[in-house]
Design a protein around this ligand. Structure first.
Ligand SMILES: Cc1ncc(COP(=O)(O)O)c(C=O)c1O
Length: 475
């Protein structure tokens, strides 16, 4: 079967088996120059850590094994072209935005996007038109964009250069994205989809459909998140008459390293082959295992296990008085590491194979039941109503660049315009964007999240938040 092939990995393996003599970079010389005490961990991978040598092709001008590996990926995922990304979905998100819009051009963007989307917008100097997704009270977070809001945004801004959506969200929640894609296409506007968490959607109907199959123009996959690829290994898939393929290639060349990691690219080749050759029986076994893990995790007095569009995402939603951070810490004490902790949820990701450490997990859950303390009257806080349905930055990226900034402590920042994003991480969705005005509500939410043990990213925690040096209205 053609999809079983792993041309890039095979080329590296064959090259390495020749015992080649290295007079080239990288400086570890096929692993020969490397501290002895860590050799055992690194040696086999360093043998594959090559550079653009004869027969190993060049990511920035592929015509051999990398081209072949990318074509196999395109064929499997149903793209016209697939590009290997060595800088994560971050690189893909930046490239797809830079390729579709430039200074002052409008882009319709789901407000609860990952920070890499906003970084792309800032680099392009575009004018984001934000669509506020629905707030789902049952999970206490913003989730999917509403088709009516998108329609409103398209009617008000038919000159937008792209619509940028995220599908699924971190928790595996999807929405009827086909409607959104078709609507945007009626305006001849391309749809760019950050599908970082959905590389496995092409496997089988056990999973939601990929946005690529549903007509999206550019789709980004973090292969490393849900498939067996090395960290940072990702894909950009292209299938569009509205986006310039040349521009995608151009911006990928600008963004990606001139020395892309070969083990990483080979892991993309292997991950694609792994996904493409999964059998119905493998999927059945995984689904059985998911059901079993969910069963083990069943502790109705402490949390609910939420239903999910993506069965691999297992979300524990804590009951009132149960601390998510507390649950995560107890799990970690038993060497069970969840993916993500928010103020009210703990997310666990099941792999693409049956789970094997059943007794270990059972013991960890038992310990939690014995040790977790419930504090019934813990504080809660409203985190919805942060935005109007369709809105823009208070201050454009261009103006932000020209203005002086200062640092203010978080509790004194209300009324200022943020000159940096404030980001609960993970999931990496900015609570305050660079260019948005900070309000008392933001400050209360950040304080609350911090108290709940949620990590907040901003540049300089010691000296406070970077803001524009005036609270005046800036046009
Ligand atoms: C929705 C979403 N998009 C993009 C990214 C960035 O992906 P990567 O880490 O592969 O750069 C993430 C990372 O968590 C994400 O959650």
């Amino acid at each position: 079967m053609k999809q079983k092939a792993t041309p890039l990995f095979d080329a590296l393996q064959q090259f390495s088996e020749m015992n080649p003599i290295s007079f080239h970079v990288p400086g570890h010389k096929n692993g020969e120059i490397f501290p002895e005490n860590v050799q055992t961990y690194f040696s086999s991978i360093l043998k594959l850590d090559m550079t653009e040598l004869s027969g190993l092709d060049d990511l920035h001008s592929p015509h051999g094994t990398i081209a072949e590996a990318q074509s196999l990926a395109a064929e499997y995922f149903g793209a016209d072209a697939t590009y290997f990304l060595v800088g994560g979905s971050t690189a893909g998100n930046l490239a797809m935005i830079l390729a579709t819009c430039s200074t002052n051009e409008k882009v319709i963007v789901q407000r609860n996007s990952h920070k890499s989307i906003f970084n792309g917008l800032e680099l392009s100097g575009a004018r984001p038109i934000f669509i506020t997704p629905e707030f789902d009270n049952s999970v206490d977070r913003y989730t999917a964009p509403n088709i009516k809001t998108l329609k409103g945004a398209l009617e008000q801004h038919p000159d937008a250069k792209a619509v940028v959506l995220t599908y699924p969200d971190y928790f595996g929640k999807t929405f009827p994205i086909k409607e959104s894609i078709e609507l945007a296409h009626e305006y001849n506007i391309p749809v760019l989809v950050d599908e970082a968490h959905g590389v496995h959607f092409s496997i089988d109907k056990a999973f939601p459909q990929s946005a690529l199959d549903l007509g999206a123009d550019v789709v980004i996959h973090s292969a490393h998140k849900m498939a067996p690829a090395m960290t940072m290994g990702s894909f950009l898939h292209f299938r569009s008459r509205l986006v310039s393929k040349d521009k995608i290639t151009h911006y990928l060349q600008l963004i990606q390293s001139s020395s892309p990691s070969y083990p990483l690219m080979a892991s993309l080749d292997i991950a694609r082959s792994f996904l493409a050759t999964m059998k119905a029986e493998d999927i059945d076994n995984i689904m059985e295992s998911v059901a079993m893990v969910r069963d083990i995790l069943e502790v109705p007095e402490l949390w609910d296990i939420l239903p999910a569009n993506d069965p691999l995402k297992i979300t524990l939603q804590l009951k009132d008085g149960v601390s998510a951070k507390g649950v995560a810490s107890l799990l970690e004490n038993q060497h069970v590491y969840p993916e993500l902790v928010t103020h009210n949820q703990v997310l666990l990701i099941h792999g693409l194979a049956p789970f094997e450490n059943i007794n270990h997990l059972k013991k960890a859950v038992k310990r939690i039941k014995e040790q977790l303390k419930i504090c019934p009257n813990h504080a809660t806080i409203e985190i919805d109503n942060l935005f109007t349905d369709i809105h823009e930055l208070t201050v454009s990226y261009q103006t932000l660049q020209q203005r002086d900034t200062l640092k203010v402590p978080l509790n004194k920042s209300s009324g200022y315009v943020a000159a940096e994003a404030i980001i609960p991480y993970p999931p990496g969705i900015p609570l305050i964007l660079k260019g948005e005005r900070i309000t008392d509500k933001h400050i209360n939410i950040i304080r609350h999240l911090t108290e709940q043990g949620v990590e907040i990213q901003h540049r300089d925690k010691m000296n406070g938040i970077s803001v524009l040096n005036t609270k005046e209205q800036i046009t």
